[in-house]
Design a protein around this ligand. Structure first.
Ligand code: ADE
Length: 234
């Protein structure tokens, strides 16, 4: 079971992402627990203040150390955490190997930033890992946290019905996924490749591998480079 506490100033943003489809199933099966903590419960005054002006001036508010420190301290009373993650565009880029690694942990805290960011002392003293979901800036860490939890949660054993299906995902074997088709076999003159209708399992597997290789070379030369380097080592 993986337990994730997400600290946010906009907890409503995180209601829906884990209440449907595969994330709902993961929670219903007791494989994933997600708690969203409203940082305002740890505000420094009765007005719910959790941010303040930046020392030295400049536009934008900064999330204060104290509420985050007290919130994390409270959480740590109940659990030992493997990582305290801060979602940030200057963090380590999320990829499949990182999702795989995090899916093997037991307890995680994810802090969602807002405004102009968080007081640097939070990052220095409380955060153990910083994760970015891509080279673009979101208005807050919540949607990024939802992406991270989804990518991790679906990897937990027992979440996907066919356990092999996460193994055939894009990136899981270092290649992007081959194309897939469903009925009808011919839609208004747009046919499905014959081999997929042949019933010949070995030929189908070979075709899928070839397609995955061609697609990776064409669409993701960066990933293809990594794949070739890996293969070279074996
Ligand atoms: N917060 C704002 N932008 C982000 C990004 N790209 N990844 C993670 N957290 C973020």
């Amino acid at each position: 079971m993986l337990h994730i506490d997400i600290i946010s100033v906009v907890p409503d943003l995180l209601e829906s992402p884990f209440s449907h489809s595969i994330m709902k199933r993961a929670r219903d099966r007791g494989l994933l627990e997600v708690d969203v903590i409203n940082l305002r419960e740890y505000a420094v005054n009765k007005y719910g203040q959790v941010d303040d002006y930046a020392f030295g001036g400049g536009a934008g508010m900064v999330m204060m150390v104290e509420p985050v420190d007290r919130c994390i301290a409270d959480l740590k009373v109940k659990r030992n955490y493997d990582e305290v993650i801060y979602m940030s565009p200057d963090g380590e880029l999320l990829d499949q190997p990182l999702a795989n690694r995090l899916s093997l942990t037991g307890n995680l805290i994810i802090l969602c930033g807002h405004y102009k960011g968080v007081d640097e002392r939070i990052r220095q003293h409380l955060i153990t890992r910083e994760v970015s979901i891509g080279n673009y800036v979101l208005s807050g860490g919540e949607l990024a946290a939802a992406v991270l939890v989804d990518a991790i949660g679906r990897l937990l054993p027992g979440v996907l019905n066919d356990e092999t299906s996460a193994l055939s995902d894009s990136f899981q074997d270092g290649l992007v996924a081959p194309p897939v088709y469903t009925r009808p076999a011919d839609y208004q003159g747009w046919p499905v490749p014959d081999v997929l209708l042949s019933g010949h399992e070995a030929k189908i597997a070979e075709w899928r591998l070839q397609q995955a290789i061609e697609r990776t070379k064409e669409r993701r030369p960066d990933i293809w480079q990594d794949f070739e380097n890996q293969e070279g080592k074996h």
